[in-house]
Design a protein around this ligand. Structure first.
Ligand SMILES: [Zn+2]
Length: 260
């Protein structure tokens, strides 16, 4: 197995503080099953991490954007910051998307109106720049879909946790669906049902690392090569070889992110 594209990862997480360089070299180096990784930015520093490493590693790509978790603590001039990050990332030639952006209603105490405002403005910005979006949606399916519809956005719903019905709707809108190691969890019936609604040319694979390590690594720090466990599940469900799953999902990510 080779040619895995990890379409969504967070190597800036503190969990990698001790050995980040060694991990990146192993994941992106010769002989790795991984061909590409895409860093999903969550705030200003995180986007700067992506921009820096896009300049250092041939197969490291990055997005820029503000995660809903930070919506209520963004500085007044956050839209200028987003434009600044866009310019820096675009200059590397490795900017893939605006993300990760979206809505997260899981936690009490987040300011939903602010989340909606920040998501709405970033969707508009992505369209202005002709970029796809990487969408985080947690317990917020209806509002997420409404906003994506309003903007006619292109992009991926990452770490998909919605219903089969939501997957069908998203695919109908031309969106891609990103699955993590959750697909390989023993109790993942809902995710498997959603997967069945996603045609092979709309499917992306991702770790969302360091989280969501699939079995047999569950509870450990996740790294991009562990996507191989998710590939096995997709191959079985879609009646394809593991290599076909890698090649097709890699092609999908390259198409969405505009990588030649
Ligand atoms: Zn993420």
């Amino acid at each position: 197995m080779n040619n895995i594209f990890d379409s969504h990862c967070h190597y800036d997480d503190h969990w990698f503080d001790e050995d980040r360089e060694a991990v990146l070299e192993r994941v992106l180096g010769e002989g790795s099953v991984v061909s590409y990784v895409n860093h999903a930015a969550t705030d200003y520093e995180s986007a700067m991490f992506g921009i820096k490493n896009a300049g250092r590693f041939k197969n490291f790509y990055t997005s820029v954007g503000f995660h809903p978790e930070f919506a209520s603590v963004l500085p007044q001039d956050w839209e200028n910051k987003l434009r600044e990050l866009y310019e820096l990332a675009a200059a590397t030639g490795k900017l893939t998307a605006i993300g990760e952006i979206g809505l997260d209603y899981h936690y009490e105490g987040y300011d939903r109106d602010k989340e909606i405002e920040v998501f709405d403005k970033q969707l508009a910005f992505a369209n202005e720049k002709g970029l796809p979006v990487i969408v985080h949606s947690r317990n917020a399916s209806q509002d997420t879909m409404d906003l994506l519809k309003k903007h006619g956005s292109r992009g991926v719903i990452h770490c998909f946790s919605g219903s089969a019905e939501m997957a069908r709707q998203a695919v109908g809108m031309g969106l891609y669906i990103g699955f993590t190691g959750v697909l390989a969890f023993g109790n993942s019936k809902k995710a498997i049902k959603a997967l069945q609604e996603v045609p092979m040319d709309r499917l992306l694979l991702e770790t969302d690392c360091p989280y969501m390590a699939p079995p047999p690594y569950r509870g450990q720090r996740c790294e991009s090569p562990m996507i191989a466990e998710v590939v096995k599940v997709v191959a079985q469900q879609k009646d394809l070889s593991e290599q076909q799953v890698c090649d097709q999902t890699c092609e999908n990510a390259k198409r969405l992110y505009g990588i030649k």
